[in-house]
Design a protein around this ligand. Structure first.
Ligand code: NAD
Length: 483
């Protein structure tokens, strides 16, 4: 087990094992429910974990790699969860992430059980041809043991993997399952040209923005956190400028008028209290290969994790787990911790934040946009048709007819921008974004309503777990598994 404990500022040891942390979070929520203990145990336990070693050629030598696929819950099928490529991953971490997937899917009404996979490899220093061989061999191992398939278990990207790896996985699965008409539904997060869906790569980051925006839309809830409603002008700090962090930053600025005042990576961070120009930064990063020493901000390299301590309204950890611990929580100066990453805050740190009126928007809610849009992609693959294809023309014609009618009735031409927006029907990307927005808004309101109704629930994480556990229990009840 990696990182079992860390020293806190008081010198005590803090448990950093993510599986035990998730179990504690579950227990806290379960204690507010009157369900039979065997039902709660069945929901909590990780059903099975496949751990395996496999050979891959690296240069002129063969090297062994270790992989995992954990299946946390089979109450819905298929199972779903990302694939992480990381140097320090282990079985407990994969089981913890699989558990989070189960609760996340239940919370946002995505009909999957939770799963997660990983390979112990550093993707940032491994040559692309080796990464391709690792991904293909890993997929073959999953095929041979029936841990992948459109109706069995459907992986997706996570840290260290992306569209490229998903395309290799789909291709490998297709090659080993000749003639399967639904083969490309074996994995989501694929490039659009290979069965992916428009809007998947941005989905987790976009979901993060919708979730924070929703939390900032209830004025009565915000006073005790010292916050005003709305994202416009809010100062935001992001740790982890990868898939999730990059998309979230872009959407916070472009669509919500927020300011990104600091961005952290593993090797340093940028800070500019007037707001970092993201487009200029992107150009700089493409040319130099790194965001550090971008002329539009101050670069700090001596203590990269100090990015978390930059004063802001919203702190978005979007990298790895256990970054906000009892060792650094007292130095944070934010009003909201928006958990884009999985497991960034330890229970001890969360207790401190809640006591100090910092709003914590939990991972199982906030980063569920990825799996929500993965669900859309899977459904699209099984339907073999792009969303919007049947209805786009029809809705465009109806919108045109309505505009003509308004023009005749009022004698005035509609605003050209409005006419343009209305008269073209919905594209796939618009449908995906509206489905994602509706999902994030509804889930937040469900958690909030329940939390206000139940006195024992004092934080959003516990509320989110309670909503999820209730739905999973109802699914088990329907299956008639328990007498
Ligand atoms: P990614 O690999 O695309 O990006 C992660 C970024 O974090 C990289 O740029 C990396 O250099 C940086 N990083 C790594 N260690 C760091 C550290 N100690 N300090 C600062 N930066 C560090 O991964 P991602 O897909 O963006 O995932 C980020 C987090 O979001 C993970 O916790 C993941 O589980 C979670 N998540 C991702 C998705 C998804 O759809 N990709 C969905 C749900 C949750």
């Amino acid at each position: 087990m990696s990182e079992p404990a860390a020293a806190t500022s008081s010198g005590k040891q803090e448990d950093l094992n993510l599986y035990r942390i998730v179990s504690r979070q579950f227990d806290k929520a379960a204690a507010t429910l009157r369900f039979p203990s065997f039902l709660l145990r069945q929901i909590k336990v990780c059903n099975n974990v496949y751990e395996f070693n496999f050979p891959v050629r690296v240069g002129k030598q063969m090297r062994m790699f270790r992989g995992w696929r954990a299946e946390h819950s089979h109450h819905k099928k298929p199972l779903k969860g990302g694939i992480r490529f990381a140097e320090h991953v282990d079985a407990d971490e994969v089981m913890a992430l699989a558990s989070l997937m189960t609760y996340k899917c239940a919370l946002v009404n995505v009909p999957f059980g939770g799963s997660k996979g990983a390979v112990k490899v550093n993707p940032y220093v491994t040559p692309v041809d080796v990464l391709q061989r690792i991904t293909r061999r890993y997929t073959a191992e999953l095929c041979w043991k029936r841990f992948i398939g459109p109706g069995i278990n459907v992986p997706a990207p996570d840290m260290g993997t992306g569209e490229r790896e998903m395309a290799w996985m789909a291709d490998t699965y297709d090659g080993l399952n000749h003639g399967g008409i639904d083969n490309f539904a074996c994995v989501t997060g694929k490039p659009v040209s290979q069965g992916g869906i428009t809007g998947r790569s941005e989905a987790t980051g976009r979901g993060v923005v919708y979730g924070v925006r929703e939390a900032l839309s209830f004025p009565g809830d915000l006073k005790r956190h010292g916050l005003t409603p709305g994202l416009e002008g809010k100062k935001i700090v992001i740790q982890g400028y990868g898939n999730v962090g990059w998309h979230a930053a872009r959407i916070f600025v472009r669509e919500e008028g927020a300011k990104i005042i600091a961005i952290g990576e593993w090797n340093g961070f940028l800070v500019n209290r007037d707001g970092i120009d993201l487009e200029a930064l992107e150009e700089y990063r493409l040319n130099s290969g790194s965001m550090l020493h971008f002329p539009g901000a101050e670069t700090v390299t001596d203590n990269p994790s100090a990015v978390l301590e930059v004063e802001c309204d919203v702190l978005v950890p979007a990298a790895v787990q256990n970054v906000i611990t009892q060792a650094n929580v007292e130095r944070l100066r934010c009003k909201i911790v928006a958990e884009a990453a999985n497991g960034p805050t330890t229970p001890g740190a969360e207790a401190y934040l809640l006591k100090n009126d910092v709003l914590v928007i939990p991972d199982i809610y906030l980063n569920s946009g990825g799996v929500t849009v993965s669900y859309f992609e899977w459904a699209k693959n099984l339907g073999h048709m792009r969303f919007g294809r049947m209805g786009k023309r029809l809705s465009a014609n109806k919108e045109h007819a309505m505009l003509d009618h308004i023009e005749q009735a009022t004698g005035r031409k509609p605003d050209p921008a409005v006419a343009e927006a209305l008269g073209r029907g919905a594209d796939e990307v618009e449908l995906v974004r509206s489905g994602l927005e509706g999902t994030m808004v509804d889930a937040y309101r469900e958690i909030r309503t329940l939390s206000r109704r139940k006195r024992q629930i004092k934080d959003l994480r516990t509320g989110a777990y309670v909503v999820a556990i209730k739905k999973i229990a109802a699914a088990y009840d329907k299956l008639g598994i328990f007498p």
